[in-house]
Design a binder for this molecule. Structure first.
Ligand code: DHB
Ligand code: FE
Length: 283
């Protein structure tokens, strides 16, 4: 069976793509953010995942407000990026892993998750930027991906409890996949941020730090909050932290717990509190 080896999480902000394109990683504004990654690069070079299941939220590139699935699983051989209007360069297509996609889809359906399946799916900055951040020296990250989109854009959102269950079910699916591949799970989004309205620029450091700590020692902690409570604490776009919850829930199904490889928190980049995390599943 496949091995679930660990989890990654990072914030995604289009301006990061601009900084990478301009080579600004050592610039005083950007250095404290990019400094969060080298220990995770070392870990990835050692553990070498083959396939990455990516929990992310599409921001209008593939799904718009007229048709908004709550959960959508990619089942394509390849995922293309396209211009989202942020002024960042588009990325080359990323290889998919249809065999694992369909295995996860069948498993989710059998467990009563009525998901949307996508045999074509454009992936936006939330899917492409983490690949650039975690594999900065590769034109295309040396992994196949299974993108899983979770709606955090249009209300009503799935509850944190439901997202946690989704993550657990995806974790069980990965481990029942007949394959010798090494699989990691990635979460893209958060932490606290709000891009519009009276609270634009809102950041909640105390909440973010408690949330990041819960990712290591108390994975169900955030399932106590409703969608509006999460907006209150983390901001309208801070609800993207649901991706972290799905990733962490997947890891609860594997091994004998997790070890924190590295974490990093820096505020702000653009309007967002940035968090980075890597967790290794203990054998
Ligand atoms: C920003 C943050 C996001 O999560 C996003 O998707 C787009 C922009 C920002 O802080 O600029
Ligand atoms: Fe976002």
């Amino acid at each position: 069976m496949a091995r679930l080896i660990g989890g990654l999480a990072t914030s995604h902000i289009p301006a990061i793509g601009g900084a990478i394109a301009k080579g600004l990683q050592s610039d005083p504004y950007w250095k404290p953010f990019f400094d969060g990654f080298p220990p995770i690069h070392d870990w990835l070079a050692r553990v070498k995942p083959d396939v990455l299941v990516v929990f992310y939220n599409d921001h209008g590139l593939n799904f718009f407000l007229d048709k908004m699935p709550t959960f959508a699983v990619g089942a394509a051989a390849e995922y293309a990026n396209a211009d989202e209007g942020w002024g960042i360069p588009t990325s080359p297509p990323v290889a998919g892993c249809p065999d694992l996609s369909w295995h996860i889809i069948r498993h989710l359906m059998a467990q009563e998750f009525d998901i949307v399946t996508c045999q074509e799916m454009l992936v936006d900055h939330a899917c492409t930027l983490p690949l650039k951040l975690f594999w900065p020296n590769d034109a295309v990250a040396p992994v196949q991906i299974v993108p899983i989109d979770i709606n955090t854009v249009q209300f009503p959102l799935p509850t944190a409890k439901r997202v946690y269950k989704l993550g657990k079910t995806v974790g069980a699916a990965i481990q029942s996949w007949r394959s010798e591949q090494r699989v990691a799970v990635l979460a893209s989004g958060g932490l606290s941020h709000q891009l519009e309205g009276e609270r634009a620029g809102f950041i909640n450091k105390a909440f973010d730090q408690q949330f990041m700590e819960s990712m290591v020692s108390n994975p169900e902690w955030a399932t106590q909050f409703s969608d509006t409570e999460l907006v209150d604490r983390a901001g309208t776009q801070g609800v993207e932290l649901l991706m972290w919850l799905a990733m962490r829930a997947a890891l609860t199904t594997a091994g004998a717990g997790v070890r924190k490889v590295h974490s990093h928190y820096h505020i702000p980049i653009s309007n967002t509190a940035t968090g980075v995390l890597a967790l290794e599943v203990l054998a």
